[in-house]
Design a protein around this ligand. Sequence first.
Ligand SMILES: Cc1ncc(COP(=O)(O)O)c(C=O)c1O
Length: 343
Amino acid sequence: MAERTVDLRSDTVTRPSPGMRRAMAEARVGDDVLGDDPVVKVLEERMASLLGKEAAVFTPSGTMANLLSLLSQTKPGDEVILDRNCHIFNYEAGGASAVGGLQLHPLDGKDGFLPLERLSAALRPDNIHHPDSALITAENTHNRGAGRIYPFDQLQQVSSFARENGLRFHIDGARLANAVVATGISWGAYGALADSFNICFSKGLGAPIGSILVSDQSTITRARSWRKRLGGGMRQVGILAAAALYALDHNLERLAEDHRRASRIAAIVESNPDLTLAFPVETNIVIFRVREGARDFDRFYQNLLAEGILALAIGDRKIRLVTHLDIPDEDIDYFEEVMTRIR
Ligand SMILES: Cc1ncc(COP(=O)(O)O)c(C=O)c1O
């Protein structure tokens, strides 16, 4: 039996704190499908105003917020341009194609970032043979890229490119909060760049469930209809919106602690000659590779688990670790100690 369990699999594993549970228990509620849950309204208005947008719609998941965005800004047969390693392309069960009849056009980005020349080449000429290029998505921070922050000037370029070419631009900001805290760039500055955003409350912000799609009023009106159609209309959901509001008030600035702890993990990994970081660590995700020939990967991974360090093996001899609000400094001390003794 391991001395302790340190769950670094994902920032989705956090448990609601006593304060958050209290806020949920005390939330006033109404029927949100009928449009009268007061706390959901507060959350939607707050997020829309934070990003400088007109409206927002609360969703059960980031997957649904991304899907609603695509469905509400395209028509069947349209093409969506995105990075090959992004969450929408890899981990959302093909929803955009299955539900929206959309064709996804993946590009080989650089660490998840879309080079302008590839975007230009991907654009379809106006011709009856081609699908319409309708929308571009970008992911900030980038999950598969170890939480890297999309460089702001590059996002600006994608934004201008989309506008100049009449395409919509969606940012999957499941972890935009991490980017805001790490860079000091405001929500509003990010908000000005894209037509729509998915923001998740159930990642580093520590709510048990919930994401939000933020955009202009007509997109959100269509998204509400899609949400209902997909069975995502929720009733006395103020108890969940209360958790999200609590997360914004109490768990936003502290993301800097997760980033500091992830940097500590990165330093521990870097000090081990058998391991190598797959990406620079900029926020709360660390991905490292066990060097070929240095160690038996499966044995190393199993030994980590046996010591209570829960991590994800993500293929290609890579391991992912994510810091979050249930990981204190002592857990990183324990990780350091385990790393000195396992093979
Ligand atoms: C970048 C990104 N987008 C979207 C999602 C989807 O969120 P959910 O798990 O709430 O559907 C995730 C989940 O990890 C993610 O990392």
